[in-house]
Design a protein around this ligand. Structure first.
Ligand code: PLP
Length: 398
């Protein structure tokens, strides 16, 4: 039998996944589990979702042949331009789907966590669109380093709650959102922004992001005369843009999957967020997966220059891809990501998000054949990262 990397009926990817939640959330999560597939496959839902993706988000996002980058690395490089979506990243594909689901489930109050602020902005956007109350939890460190996104969320009408526990980043924001959910299980819908959390979230978010690989198939068929690439490359925080990029190719072993996680200042430096390289089996935010932890099982504080990759866990789908060697995973350090961001900017005129720059950092680590077709997802644009880029420019040009 052909091996599959999709979720099984119990919500597991190999050993990873499941739903490890407090009793108070049991009926919420069970209800979601019973509802999500019926809604996501419902004709009325699909009509509304597809229409919004087209007219509101601006899909399909282009598949752009990057000529100069291709010459530089000796292969055919296509960029999947999620940076061109409304709100500037792939996150909106997921929030549109989940807000439509929340409405159909009769929920009135929306909560979300955010790291880089892209998911927070995408959630605040769809809440404005649907006239729903919106509360976004964000670590105080991230509130400071991504303050433009905080201002956008506020302008959109959301309440942004800065979180001051832990190292005040994405993990801590997620803890606080789960705490809120436990206090308001009846009226609140929690829009998780990545392929993390208890089942069915990882599968649901992957499905809502799968529009990325659905489009890649069609666009490659038009441009290359075959609907699959040799390589797919994406960065991984929790894993949603990567999951969307690979979704329709996951069991097609002609296509090699290459993922970039955040190496921070180096995987041996103690300042890293390279969960796949450094993590051990554990439970985080309701999911059994690889977790950066000490010998006593205490979660280790992650570090990355990129707020969206600064997470000590990883989606169970990706943990399994790495365990089964279906994906090759590189840890890309801060300086490598910065260099790659400047390279793309100067060679193609595209300023990527810092997260996406980690995916671009892979080009410096791999050898390709001239006929190789490589698709890399530019998950977001760099507007939110301008301060970091400006501060880094001198170091990079030396
Ligand atoms: C532009 C961008 N890319 C990637 C990520 C990482 O998330 P994920 O792994 O879920 O795609 C984020 C998270 O905030 C982001 O803003």
């Amino acid at each position: 039998m052909k091996r599959t990397f999709q979720v099984n009926e119990e919500g597991y990817y190999g050993e990873f996944g499941g739903a490890y939640i407090p009793e108070i959330l049991h009926s919420c999560v069970e209800n979601l589990k019973k509802t999500y597939l019926t809604v996501l496959e419902d004709e009325d839902f699909l009509r509304e979702y597809d229409q919004l993706l087209k007219d509101y988000v601006g899909r399909p996002s282009p598949l752009y042949f990057a000529r100069r980058l291709s010459e530089q690395y000796g292969c055919k490089i296509y960029l999947k331009r999620e940076d061109l979506n409304h709100t500037g990243a792939h996150k909106i594909n997921n929030t549109i789907g989940q807000i439509l689901l929340a409405k159909r489930m009769g929920k009135t109050r929306i909560i979300a966590e955010t790291g880089a602020g892209q998911h927070g902005v995408a959630t605040a956007t769809v809440c404005a669109l649907m006239n729903m109350q919106c509360i976004v939890y964000m670590g105080k460190t991230d509130v400071e380093r991504q303050h433009i996104n905080v201002q956008k969320m506020q302008m959109l009408g959301a309440t942004v709650c800065p979180v001051t526990s832990g190292n005040m980043t994405l993990k801590d924001a997620t803890n606080e959102a789960i705490r809120d959910w436990c206090c308001h299980p009846a009226d609140t819908y929690y829009i998780i922004g990545s392929t993390v959390g208890p089942h069915p979230y990882p599968d649901m978010v992957a499905r809502l992001q799968s529009v990325i690989s659905k489009e890649i198939k069609k666009q490659l068929a038009e441009k290359e005369g075959r609907d699959y690439p040799d390589y797919l490359i994406a960065c991984v925080g929790g894993g949603s843009n990567a999951a969307g990029t690979i979704y329709h190719y996951i069991d097609d072993e002609r296509v090699k999957i290459v993922l970039a996680e955040a190496g921070g200042k180096g995987i041996d430096s103690g300042l890293s967020a390279a969960t796949i390289q450094l993590g051990r089996m554990g439970i985080i935010h309701g999911s059994k997966t690889l977790v950066m932890q000490d010998e006593d099982g205490q979660i280790q504080e992650p570090y990355s220059i990129s707020a969206g990759l600064d997470y000590p866990g990883i989606g169970p789908l990706h943990a399994n891809l790495a365990r089964e060697k279906r994906a090759t995973v590189f840890a890309i350090n801060d300086d490598e990501a910065l260099r790659a961001a400047f390279e793309l900017t100067r060679m193609e005129g595209i300023i990527p998000a810092l997260e996406s720059a980690h995916a671009l950092g892979i080009f410096g680590k791999m050898k390709f054949k001239p006929e190789d077709v490589v698709v890399l997802t530019v998950s977001g644009r760099g507007d939110k990262d301008m301060e970091t880029y400006i501060n880094a420019e001198n170091t990079i040009s030396q």
